[in-house]
Design a protein around this ligand. Structure first.
Ligand code: FAD
Ligand code: NAP
Length: 303
């Protein structure tokens, strides 16, 4: 029996694990993949306070080692379902193993959303990508398009200029959602051009992607654009399918908490991107994790 099980080993889960271990709680962090979460797919992090520049995998490793040093355990496994209504929380793993704890922190983050157009599934891994850090180097000297107007699209578009001959960012509106500093860098970059008020309606190719079909949403006209690759950054979906009947989710599937990261359910807390919140960053995930761990500590102390 653990005092605390933390679902997810991204920055929220690792920070929560570090605080909980330091508070002497018997703590287990479970992640179905590598520890670090989305940080593993981020080449450069330059907005984590006190660390001007670090790669995502390096920051993941440092957070992981920091957590282990305070005694929290890590297990690689997928959570299939949870039973949260009793005082003893039960976690069912996909491998049929069952674990128990007195408190739970949900820190299962989010994953890239699909565009949902013809060709997307067919050409996945053959020109369609959701990770410039992973796949960018395959597009050296090529022409790529990036879909989206948020931080991810612009930041990853900038990253792709290291390899690609040209990067065309296609956005459905005429202004970007991305942070001003990223916008300024993209507008100033000679390899980057923008196509505004336009959606991608189909991804075309034979063995690999060769073009995308575009629709101008203001004039309703269509055209094709030659492209060797398409990087899709149209937002994220919370990883909460294992919580679908929990009553803890909002309409978008995010976990609702108060400012102490406490959900409606006693002994159940949430932290990071999985939470209904306005800012989703490494620093906010880490901060949420710290608050959730200390709230768990006070809850366990009150039992
Ligand atoms: P995540 O990082 O999503 O981690 C959740 C973890 O839960 C994952 O490891 C996942 O495997 C695990 N999990 C999910 N479901 C299950 C399950 N059923 N069973 C077991 N494990 C499960 N933020 C910044 O501050 N600076 C940046 O420069 C920056 N760059 C970014 C670049 C990109 C391309 C992306 C996509 C995001 C970037 N972000 C950046 C955002 C930042 O990475 C996220 O806000 C942060 O990682 C969220 O942390 P988290 O711990 O809440 O969730
Ligand atoms: P996001 O902020 O949700 O932006 C998604 C973008 O995709 C928006 O521009 C949206 O258009 C567009 N879009 C959504 N659905 C679409 C569709 N079906 N077709 C075409 N376009 C579509 O997602 P994100 O950029 O991935 O960022 C997610 C979170 O991670 C944010 O909190 C972000 O701040 C954080 N992040 C931070 C950094 C950093 O700090 N350096 C880097 C990356 C990500 P509209 O604008 O019209 O809605």
């Amino acid at each position: 029996m653990y005092d605390l099980i933390i679902i997810g080993g991204g920055p929220a889960g690792l920070s929560a694990g570090m605080y909980a271990g330091r508070a002497s709680l018997k703590t287990l962090v479970i992640d179905k993949g590598l520890m670090g979460g989305q940080m593993q797919n981020t080449l450069e992090v330059e907005n984590y306070p006190g660390i001007p520049q670090i790669t995502g995998p390096e920051l993941s490793e440092q957070m992981y080692q920091h957590m282990l040093a305070f005694g929290a355990e890590f297990k690689q496994a997928e959570i299939a379902s949870v039973a949260l209504t009793s005082d003893i929380k039960v976690v069912h793993l996909a491998n049929k193993e069952t674990l128990q704890s007195k408190a739970i922190i949900i820190a299962s983050g989010a994953q890239p959303r699909y565009l949902g157009v013809p060709g997307e599934k067919e050409f996945a891994g053959r020109g369609v990508s959701y990770c410039a850090t992973c796949d960018g180097a395959f597009f050296r000297g090529k022409n790529v398009v990036v879909v989206g107007g948020g931080d991810s699209a612009v930041e990853e578009g900038l990253f792709l200029t290291r390899y690609a001959e040209s990067v065309t960012i296609i956005h459905r509106r005429e202004s970007l959602r991305a942070q001003p500093i990223l916008q300024e860098r993209a507008f100033a970059h000679e390899k980057i051009t923008f196509i505004w008020n336009t959606t991608v309606t189909e991804i075309l190719g034979e063995q690999k992607v060769t073009a995308v079909s575009l629709q101008d949403v203001t004039s309703n006209t269509s055209k094709q654009l030659r492209a060797d690759g398409i990087f899709i950054y149209v937002g994220f979906t919370p990883n909460t399918s294992y919580l679908k009947d929990s009553g803890l989710l909002d309409k978008g599937g995010y976990v609702v908490t108060n400012q102490n990261m406490q959900t409606e359910q006693r002994g159940v807390f949430a932290a990071g991107d999985v939470r209904a919140t306005n800012l989703r960053q490494i620093v906010t995930a880490a901060s949420d994790g710290a608050v959730a761990a200390m709230a768990s500590y006070h809850y366990l102390d009150s039992l």
